[in-house]
Write a protein that binds this ligand. Structure first.
Ligand code: GDP
Length: 212
């Protein structure tokens, strides 16, 4: 098996960075926790979840998903580093609050456009809180139409009942796996090769240590 053997901490084929973005209180942290843990947990406002890692196998590939909840910390330069290198972006709105839906276009899609470095990054529009159907302010059709217009994928879900939560991350990941440019820069083998080169560099006589 050589130095790239299985059974190490990072035994995965690909590592993908996934972002959850959207207005405050649409349920981003709840979605993240719902996806990560298998417990049905009591939903209370969750603050301070930065990112979580989940290892899973989809389509025969061992994947490491690093999922960022960007909700609370949108300060200047931090913003661009959150977006940098992301492979998948989940644009979340709350189906019971119309302004969270209009902000998807007015705020969030603009940020994606501005800061996202992988231009083929896969996007999914996600309408959360469908368990509160009687309070709906955005129809399913409206969500779907917006997504189609921008070539995003679309789902509605509930972090509370967990309906479609796993599905959302699974669909997103499967779509990322279909994009060659994303696969290339998410490849663990390529990353290990780069790391291996870096380890060798300092002992070699030439340009070791200089990053410019
Ligand atoms: P964030 O600011 O986008 O991360 O939102 P939170 O995850 O903190 O959720 C905001 C509030 O909405 C909390 O009180 C959650 O309990 C609630 N919430 C989140 N998802 C759902 C859902 O699917 N259904 C219902 N009914 N409430 C939810």
């Amino acid at each position: 098996m050589g130095s790239h053997s299985k059974g190490r901490n990072n035994s995965y084929d690909y590592s993908f960075k996934i972002l959850l973005i959207g207005d405050s209180c649409v349920g981003k942290s709840s979605l993240l926790l719902s996806f990560i843990s298998n417990l049905v947990h009591d939903l209370s406002p969750t603050i301070g979840v930065d990112f979580k890692v989940k290892l899973l196998t989809i389509g025969g590939k061992r994947l490491k998903l690093t999922i960022w909840d960007t909700g609370q910390e949108r300060f200047g330069t931090l913003t661009s580093s959150y977006y940098r290198g992301s492979h998948g972006i989940i644009l979340v709105y709350d189906v019971t609050r119309r302004e969270t839906f209009t902000n998807v276009l007015d705020i969030w899609a603009k940020e994606v456009q501005l800061y996202s470095t992988n231009h083929e990054c896969v996007k999914i529009l996600l309408g959360n809180k469908v368990d509160r159907d009687t309070e709906r302010a955005v129809t399913r059709e409206e969500g779907l139409a917006l997504a189609q217009e921008h070539k995003w994928f679309f789902l509605e879900c509930s972090a509370k009942t967990r309906e479609n939560v796993q599905q959302c991350f699974k669909d997103l990941t499967l779509k990322i796996l279909e994009v060659p440019s994303l696969l290339e820069n998410g490849s663990a083998v390529v990353k290990r090769q780069i790391l291996a080169q870096k380890k060798v560099d300092p002992t070699s006589s030439s340009t070791g240590g200089c990053c410019s």
